[in-house]
Every structure is written in C-alpha cells, then in structure tokens.
Design a protein around this ligand. Structure first.
Ligand code: AMP
Length: 141
C-alpha cells in the first residue's frame, strides 16, 4: 500500500503544496510546529536518509534550500530549523523520507532541544576513532 505521502503526491489525499520538481515535493505540515512548517519529501517511497541515492540526497538538499528561501522571503522568520527523523526511536512517524523546515521567531519555543551532556577528551578520541574506521562501511547508496 502506498504511503500517506505517496497518496499526497498522487493527489489522492489533499495537501497544501508549495513546490514540486522531478524528484522532490514540498507541502505544509498538517500539524505545524510553527507558521509555515513545511515537509520536503522524495517522490520515491524510501524510508530514511540511508536509503537515498547520492542524487536524491542532493535533490532534497537543493529543494530544502529553495523552500527555506521562499519561507524566509514570505514569512520573515528570525530563523528556521531543519529536522529529519530516522527511525521510530528518533521520532519518525511517517516512514517516507521527509525533511522538516520549521520557521522560528525569537522566543517561540516551537522546537525542543537536547540536554547537553559531557564527555572526556579520551572518550571523544576513542569515539571518533571508532566512527572514522566505519566511514564507507554499511554499503554504498
Ligand atoms: P515525522 O515524525 O518526522 O515522521 O513527521 C511526520 C510529519 O508528517 C508530522 O509532522 C505530521 O504532522 C506530518 N503529516 C502526517 N500526515 C500529514 C498530512 N496528511 N499532511 C501534512 N502533513 C502530514
């Protein structure tokens, strides 16, 4: 069965579209964190960032910048957040790749943030070594 976002692309489910090209589609979030909260999605039904080809990563990044520019020009926010959830543990609810663009105004508290932790220099080094060794592993896109 097609994802809810594929049904939006096909027009089966109505949405407030703001942009579309060959590979990507953007529309307003139905439960916005702030005025102008927009989702940029791939037309291809892929779940998360690791499923995207280099071409799609590039296409989504360009569309995200295009839409963020438009939101900034139209709504004059003080800033915006780019959020992209991967996996249920990270808060992903719709498993069709999407990037949130959330316009922000000073003091709006529209988006929560993390509690800063702490780490020793040795732990930082060991972690960086572990991750560096894994770069390039896990399969090509
Ligand atoms: P995520 O938690 O990253 O998977 O976010 C999914 C987002 O999709 C949420 O912000 C929802 O409000 C949004 N959403 C779900 N259904 C629709 C819909 N029919 N139209 C617009 N946005 C939707």
């Amino acid at each position: 069965m097609a994802s809810i976002f594929s049904r939006i692309i096909s027009g089966e489910i109505p949405a407030a579209k703001v942009y579309e090209d060959a590979l990507t589609f953007a529309f307003l979030d139905i439960n916005p964190a702030s005025r102008g909260h927009t989702l940029v999605i791939t037309k291809a039904e892929l779940s998360g960032l690791l499923d995207l080809s280099p071409e799609l990563v590039s296409a989504v990044a360009l569309t995200t910048q295009t839409v963020a520019r438009a939101l900034t020009a139209a709504l004059k926010p003080d800033g915006f957040n780019i959020i992209q959830n991967n996996g249920a543990a990270a808060g992903q609810v719709v498993f069709h790749y999407h990037v949130h663009i959330i316009p922000r105004w000073e003091g709006d508290r529209a988006v929560g943030t993390w509690k800063p932790g702490s780490i020793t220099p040795a732990e930082l080094h060991d972690l960086a070594t572990l991750i560096t060794a894994a770069v390039g592993q896990g399969g090509a896109a």
